[in-house]
Design a protein around this ligand. Structure first.
Ligand code: FES
Ligand SMILES: [Fe+2]
Length: 440
């Protein structure tokens, strides 16, 4: 911290005002890497990406490259993608299957369980004195929820389930509605943006407010309108204003959840998504029970995972920090495991059109995120607080959903997100972090 102020003071949720420095300050960014990316559970992939023994994928935790592997006995690991000798990456591929990774600098070789199994010159040059058991890959703690793989560098972190808390209630609507859960479609879009990593998450954690304005050009074009993406003040759609925004605790939030009303393709009975949903209606009800009546909304899982779902299936986007002023976006698409090719094609096409780097929604959103990062750099700008007062004082414990709610649009999600951000930034250890207890 650069001043005597605490992060809780910088995020003044009581008055709905937030210090703009948290967007651009280098020292704060270094603290974020340490206190948030070094300690929180971070999403690193899906079990379906590594179905066979010795399968692997590459991704990042914060700025650190990691490998997600399934070892030769079937156990899932997450390792720092860094050779323990000089630090060359041990794997440059995005994904594949290999029993071991040989570093291309001097040839140290690591198995998919992380053990150092090969050292050139072990006898002749190291005289068998190198303790290979001490120089295996650096390993993170791993856990999964409904097929999603998360990892943390902090052994004192709470369990993944306690960390996800009540957000798991909402995740099940997408990831556990049919047998087998979901698959990720192969590949990911990856792109760099000149913005702070928190802006896209801030947007998805509860910004129904921007939809009719930022995405105004989309309405009336036959594609999904603002009505499918989180609510807003669209006078043409009274239904939107009856929805709530939600803060699930622990920084997680949802822009809006609606009573089930079909997908963005509801009017087309021949649409493969519609047909699949109809065919599986009984199964979904049986698996989710009372919850089946709710349609999940665009949401964010603290600190940087975003899920956009127009019809339960959708995109999983990760916003990786690259300094305070740059963000690397990765976008995957997910579909029900049982879904046929036509369903998958529909989701792939729709999501590419809407949420990939060239997607209409994504491009609409990127401009204000870039601008709001740029203005925050200014000397004068930093003297003025960010306003976060939308719906302040109108929160209530929701009658059915285990979360705090407020009529959408509201910044209840953002207040929850930055409140937990401050909690993580101020707390010297996990023992001092106040978690929201799970209620379901
Ligand atoms: S850096 Fe990997 S073997 Fe030297
Ligand atoms: Fe948006």
């Amino acid at each position: 911290m650069t001043t005597d102020t605490t992060y809780h003071q910088m995020v003044d949720n009581k008055n709905g005002r937030m210090n703009r420095k948290i967007i651009v300050n280098e020292e704060i960014y270094k603290q974020e890497l340490e206190q948030i990316f070094g300690r929180c559970w971070l999403w690193v992939g899906h079990e379906g990406q590594i179905p066979k023994n010795n399968d692997f994928t590459s991704i990042y935790m914060g700025e650190d490259p990691v490998l997600v592997t399934r070892d030769s006995k079937g156990k899932v690991h997450v390792f720092l993608n860094m050779c323990r000798h000089r630090g060359n990456r041990i794997c440059r591929a995005d994904a594949g299957n290999a029993p071991s990774f040989m570093c291309t600098y001097h040839g140290w070789t690591f198995a998919t369980d992380g053990k150092l199994v090969g050292v050139p010159g072990y006898k002749e040059a190291y005289f068998e004195e190198l303790d290979r058991s001490q120089w295996g890959l650096v390993e993170a703690r791993v856990d999964t929820y409904k097929g999603l793989i998360f990892a943390t560098w902090d052994n004192s972190a709470p369990s993944l389930l306690d960390y996800l808390g009540n957000m798991a209630w909402h995740m099940d609507l997408s990831f556990d509605r049919t047998a087998g859960g979901v698959d990720l479609l192969p590949g990911a879009h990856k792109w760099m943006m000149e913005m702070n990593w928190k802006w896209p998450t801030d947007n998805h954690v509860g910004d129904g407010y921007h939809v009719p304005i930022t995405h105004g050009s989309i309405r009336g074009r036959g594609t999904a309108s603002g009505t499918a993406s989180g609510g807003g003040l669209n006078p043409a759609n009274a239904q939107v204003q009856q929805r709530d925004a939600f803060a699930f605790g622990n920084g997680h939030g949802v822009a809006s959840i609606s009573p089930s009303r079909g997908s963005v393709w509801s009017a087309d009975s021949e649409n493969p998504v519609n047909k699949f949903n109809k065919e599986h209606e009984a199964e979904i009800k049986e698996r989710l029970g009372e919850r089946a009546k709710w349609q999940p909304g665009t949401c964010a899982i603290f600190p940087n995972l975003v899920i956009s779902n127009p019809s339960w299936s959708g995109s999983i986007k990760l916003f990786l920090p690259r300094g305070p002023l740059w963000t690397l976006g990765w976008s995957y698409y997910f579909v029900d495991k049982q879904s046929p090719k036509e369903y998958r094609d529909t989701i792939r096409t729709y999501q590419t059109l809407m949420h990939g780097p060239s997607g209409i929604m994504e491009q609409d959103d990127a401009v204000p995120f870039i601008q709001a990062t740029g203005t925050a750099r200014g000397l004068i700008a930093q003297k003025y607080m960010i306003n976060q007062q939308l719906g302040l004082g109108h929160e209530r414990a929701h009658e059915e959903i285990p979360a705090m709610a407020a009529p959408s649009p509201s910044e209840i999600g953002q207040r929850g997100y930055y409140g937990f951000w401050a909690e993580m930034m101020d707390a010297p250890s996990w023992n001092q972090v106040k978690l929201t207890p799970r209620k379901f």
